[in-house]
Design a protein around this ligand. Structure first.
Ligand code: CP
Ligand code: NVA
Length: 313
């Protein structure tokens, strides 16, 4: 894993299946060490700057707590407080932060901003969600699937809903790791074609399958995992009503989950809107693993930070 030190984590596409596998193995190790309260101060004395231009519960808390558990320190920087919010160029922010801290986590709108930040940073930059991708979520989700089902190879994942950042990272993550993924979205809210093509290329190398359809029943038929996310993401609040109408046939409810394989896992990155993209009944059912998903963000991101920012292996 030595080759991961100093790298940026902007999308899962930049990592090989072997590298992702190694991060997932370290995730497992750090999770068990945390559970038995065995110290694992892999980032002792290191600091992480966390830039948030959008709201967050899970990402903020899991990164901050994760740094603490690894013996480091995390600074929360909202765009209201940073000079970046008043027009200081991203490249200056990147260069200056590189002199103070050991890594930067950023959540923002335009993915190009994260690329620019990374281009001008001499320290690792981690994408904590953009309009295009949410790779930390997908990393944690792959870990959760492996933990629950014992394997990733050949697992059938159905994603039903908006072809958004979460869908994009899931497409790349699943196709890289040998899972099959079917996405069902209304035609005008399909995942971006470029991402779908990438995922299909990944799948052809690794033996998985990728399908994008407008039919939720087709996506879910026999699936091992049924995944959904909000219909209106952060920054799309004004489209909420319009989207509610377009997506009404894409709700993950017990009828739809009934078409999946027996005991299929129900996943959602959270926050969830009960009665919209998922019913309360399904979200809170025995099949739902949403809280394990949320917890595993912590363990997966600790592994990620340790390999990018630490002196590991
Ligand atoms: N799933 C996720 O990233 O949650 P937050 O928006 O609360 O960070
Ligand atoms: N697609 C959602 C994910 C939130 C974690 C959003 O971008 O708002």
């Amino acid at each position: 894993m030595g080759g991961l030190r100093g790298r940026h984590f902007l999308t899962l596409q930049d990592f090989t299946p072997r590298e992702i596998k190694d991060m997932l193995s370290l995730t497992r190790e750090l999770k068990s060490r945390q559970k038995i309260e065995e110290p694992h101060l892999l980032l002792k004395g290191k600091t992480l700057a966390m830039i948030f231009q959008k709201s967050s519960t899970r990402t903020r808390v899991s990164f901050e707590v994760g740094m603490w558990q690894l013996g480091g320190y995390a600074l929360f920087l909202s765009s209201q407080d940073l000079q970046m919010g008043r027009g200081e160029p991203i490249k200056d922010t990147a260069a200056v932060l590189s002199r103070y801290v050991d890594g930067i986590m950023i959540r923002t709108f335009d993915h190009a901003e994260v690329e620019e930040l990374a281009a001008h940073s001499t320290i690792p930059v981690i994408n904590g969600l953009t309009d295009l991708y949410h790779p930390c979520q997908a990393l944690g989700d792959l870990f959760t699937i492996q933990e629950k089902l014992g394997t990733m190879q050949g697992v059938n994942v159905a994603y039903v809903g908006d072809g958004n950042n979460v869908a994009h990272s899931l497409l790349l993550g699943c196709s890289k790791m040998g899972l099959n993924i079917r996405v069902a979205s209304p035609p005008e809210y399909r995942p971006q074609e470029e991402v779908v093509v990438r995922a299909m290329e990944n799948a052809s190398l690794l033996g998985g399958r990728v399908l994008v359809t407008a039919d939720p029943a087709e996506a879910v038929a026999g699936a091992d995992v049924v995944y959904t996310d909000v219909w209106a993401s952060m920054g799309q609040e004004e489209e909420k009503n319009k989207r509610r109408a377009v997506f009404s046939g894409y709700q993950v409810n017990s009828k739809l989950v009934g078409k999946a394989g027996p005991g299929a896992l129900v996943m959602h990155c959270l926050p969830a809107y009960r009665g919209e993209e998922i019913t309360a009944e399904v979200l809170e059912s025995e099949q739902s693993v949403v809280l394990d998903q949320a917890e595993n963000r912590l363990h997966a991101q600790k592994a990620l930070m340790a390999v990018l920012m630490g002196n590991i292996i």
